[in-house]
Design a protein around this ligand. Structure first.
Ligand code: 4AD
Ligand code: MG
Length: 434
């Protein structure tokens, strides 16, 4: 009997004893015991143990199995057999094996330093841990896109080379644009605001760039930014969108990537509880009080930074919205709160378990004069924002929007320690290779 075409390791583990399967992948582990050569084959779906018996196998097969080094790519064929000791409870007894690409001595063997592993990120990405995270990440991206498409939002394509700051000059990356200065985008927000005047509800998924001074476990210099903007929505309407979107994403990951979460030893209760709960709103004032009770030396008007966010979220299982910030802490475009002009209609979504901010959003200032004065008050040049101000001259509309740090969402959902592992090729200050 001929085996059918190649099947994945996952598929092979579902087959009955005696069925012939063809596999292809890489040598993940290899061990020689008495009469058997064990090769654990790895593919994008998982691993499966393959065995070559020195006594019963033809000479060429034994030689090829001996030749196959760790991380060599191989094609193999054999019959499925139940074996309780094998990962997944089954193994494949090989009748043929072909080395496709022989691997030199693979530089990762276990126990290497972080610095070393980062230098060979292009090889480290084959690790099972990073593979599981990348699978979850792909599902997160899929769920986010699907959320907007299914709910009737228009995807738009903003530029990355830009002229002015959205989120303040201190984190801008300058680039030389034919002798003039340009910047890498920090946020697509202003472009999305333009687009709502024709499409009403828009979103984009782009890289954003931040020349962050501090190196932390939740900052990247280049990250993936999902942004949305809608006409006719106030701050609370937009908070409901954020809540729905985050829940839809978690639901999809729990439906499709449970094995990956289990591999990563992710506690599931917080994710499950998040699906069942309504996200609460905590105002900035309330947060300051909570922090003071926790012993922080903080007063009204101070920024709520990473340490404070950790303290506010570490005992929680469910995200909450932090809202109503003092205006001097936030960007000039946030709409003033008329009942208390010290405040703006901004909101952040704080992920639980110590993760902190994953979304930043607000209602936007839609009044020309108020916005103009804020720009001047922030010592920015109104001429740089002329087109942005124009939107308030020609049929201004109440509107709101937000930006989600995709990598931070992946970091929280997978429960990992550092954001660099939520993205395949983190840009590091020391090196941008690979
Ligand atoms: O809070 P931020 O700076 O808000 C904006 O950029 C708005 N203009 C977005 C909008 O309303 N359209 O950034 C939004 C989110 C943050 O909540 C965070 O999750 C993520 O982007 N983020 C980063 N993620 C990784 N590394 C960094 N250096 C990040 N800076 C922001
Ligand atoms: Mg923010």
């Amino acid at each position: 009997m001929e085996a059918e075409n190649f099947v994945s390791t996952r598929e092979a583990l579902t087959r009955s004893d005696g069925e012939l399967v063809r596999l292809r992948g890489w040598v993940y582990r290899k061990r020689e015991l008495a009469n058997n050569i064990f090769i654990v084959l790895r593919d994008s779906e998982g691993i499966i143990q393959c065995v070559v018996n020195r006594e019963s196998a033809p000479k060429e097969l034994v030689e090829e199995a001996e030749r196959a080094t760790i991380e060599s790519s191989i094609e193999a064929e054999g019959s499925v057999a139940t074996d309780a000791r094998a990962p997944g409870g089954k193994e494949v007894r090989l009748s043929s094996l072909r080395v496709v690409g022989l691997s030199e001595n693979f530089p990762i063997k276990g126990g290497e330093s972080l610095d070393y592993l980062l230098d060979i990120r292009h090889l480290w990405l084959r690790s099972r841990k990073l593979t599981q995270i990348m699978r979850v990440r792909a599902t997160v991206l899929d769920a986010l896109r699907r959320y907007f498409i299914d709910n009737g939002w228009w995807e738009v394509s903003p530029p990355i080379l830009t002229q002015s700051a959205v989120e303040g000059g201190s984190t801008l990356f300058p680039v030389d644009f034919f002798g003039r200065k340009a910047y890498l985008s920090q946020s697509a927000q202003f472009y999305l605001e333009v687009m709502i005047f024709s499409l009403e509800r828009v979103w984009s998924l782009t890289p954003s760039f931040r020349a962050e001074r501090s190196r932390t476990r939740r900052h990247l210099y280049e990250y993936w930014h999902l942004e949305a903007e809608a006409a006719w929505m106030d701050m609370h309407d937009m908070m409901r969108v954020v809540e729905d979107m985050v829940k839809a994403t978690i639901k999809e990951v729990l439906d499709k990537r449970l094995e990956e979460l289990e591999f990563l030893k992710r506690k599931l209760d917080p994710l499950e509880e998040t699906l069942r709960s309504k996200f609460k709103e905590v105002t900035y004032d309330e947060a300051i009080e909570r922090l003071q009770k926790k012993g922080f030396n903080i007063k009204w008007g101070d920024d709520i930074g990473a340490d404070e966010e950790r303290a506010l979220t570490e005992d929680l299982n469910v995200p909450f919205f932090l809202t109503m910030f003092p205006k001097h802490l936030k960007s000039f475009y946030m709409k003033a709160y008329d009942q208390d002009p010290r405040l703006v209609l901004g909101f952040d979504l704080e992920a639980p378990e110590g993760y902190g901010e994953i979304v930043g959003g607000s209602q936007r200032e839609d009044r020309y004069d108020v916005l103009y004065n804020r720009i001047v008050e922030e010592k920015l040049n109104p001429a740089d924002y002329q087109w942005y101000l124009d939107l308030r001259r020609y049929g201004s509309v109440p509107h709101s929007g937000f930006g989600l740090g995709v990598d931070r969402l992946v970091m929280w959902i997978t429960g990992i320690e550092h954001i660099r592992d939520a993205i395949p090729f983190p840009r590091l200050r020391e090196r941008i290779y690979p």
